[in-house]
Ligand binder design. Structure first.
Ligand code: UTP
Length: 288
């Protein structure tokens, strides 16, 4: 099997019900954080991690995701005429930075089902999986860190973050033993454990390197929590035959798929911006 990770899959076909009504006619992956849609942050992380080929999984009505990364000759001409060079460069980068293709998930049957749509694209290679509604801030692009771990271990690696026990029930939870600094070998995975029975405070952070064996495991996975095909359940099947690792990373994961975190993400990333950060900080202080 090839060991360099050069393909990425980005599921973006979900309904985004937690953000309704914003997501009725607008994909949540296209919601703007400061000045870019969420999906652009995700694609940029993949590209900075050495990924060359990206499959975005969409559903009917989410074609605007395609438009965002498509070449727009008319707009490029206009920006050239107006000598808006910086804007032109940014717009050109959108269709030049990677080879991006799309596939439709026919029915939104869960993350596991979405990943299954990527089997032909993956074509037997290890691949990165990046949730399309999750932005990661880290010193080095997180998918790249995971790809390095994969190159060493040759088994699946998931990104982990620690969360307060009180909220761990919202996530896929990882139980493992530390085998190197911040690298854990998985012992047990639990998708959304019941409150009061949380086995660990380490949870999946929306970035994975998976091996193609995941597809057979997904086919054997019945619907789980929320009646959806859960990726975590398929990973548990994979663990019967293969080791799996978890990388606790230094950084922050922003899950833009719920209202509170969407607003927080805009503020946190806005504060870091040279053009608006200082003014935003002052304004926040003035709120008391
Ligand atoms: P979520 O479970 O957060 O997305 O999936 P959702 O189902 O759209 O959200 P709610 O719960 O209704 O608010 C994380 C990522 O996986 C994609 C989503 O688009 C999101 O980027 N996803 C989820 C799919 O592609 N297909 C699915 O069937 C479910």
């Amino acid at each position: 099997m090839q060991h360099a990770v050069r393909k990425a899959v980005i599921p973006a076909a979900g309904f985004g019900t937690r953000l309704l009504p914003a997501t009725k006619a607008q994909p949540k992956e296209m919601l703007v954080v400061v000045d870019k849609p969420v999906i652009q942050y995700v694609v940029e992380e993949a590209v900075q991690s050495g990924i060359t080929d990206i499959l975005i999984i969409i559903s009917e009505g989410k074609e605007v995701l395609k438009d965002h990364f498509a070449k727009d000759e008319h707009l490029e001409e206009l920006l050239t005429q107006k000598k808006k060079t910086a804007e032109l460069k940014e717009i050109q980068a959108l269709h030049q930075m990677a080879n991006i293709t799309y596939i439709y998930q026919a029915e939104q049957r869960g993350l596991g089902d979405a990943v299954l749509c990527a089997e032909a694209f993956v074509a037997g290679e290890p691949f990165a999986l990046l949730l399309g509604d999750t932005i990661v801030e880290s010193a080095e692009p997180l998918t790249g860190t995971l790809a390095k771990d994969y190159a060493e271990k040759k088994d699946a690696v998931v990104a982990l973050q620690r969360v307060p026990m009180a909220v761990a029930h919202r996530y896929g939870v990882f139980v493992g033993e530390e085998v190197a600094s911040k690298l854990y070998k998985a012992q047990r995975l639990v998708e959304k454990p019941p409150q009061g029975n949380i086995p660990s405070d380490m949870v999946f952070a929306g970035r994975y390197i998976l091996t193609p064996e995941i597809f057979d495991a997904l086919r054997r996975t019945p619907p789980g929590v929320n009646d959806e095909i859960q990726l975590t359940d398929a990973m548990k099947i994979l663990m019967e035959q293969h080791a799996m690792y978890g990388r606790l990373f230094d950084g922050v994961r922003h899950d833009v798929g719920n209202k509170l975190d969407f607003i927080k993400t805009n503020i946190v990333l806005g504060l870091q911006r040279g053009d608006i950060g200082a003014e935003l900080r002052e304004w926040l202080k003035s709120l008391g």
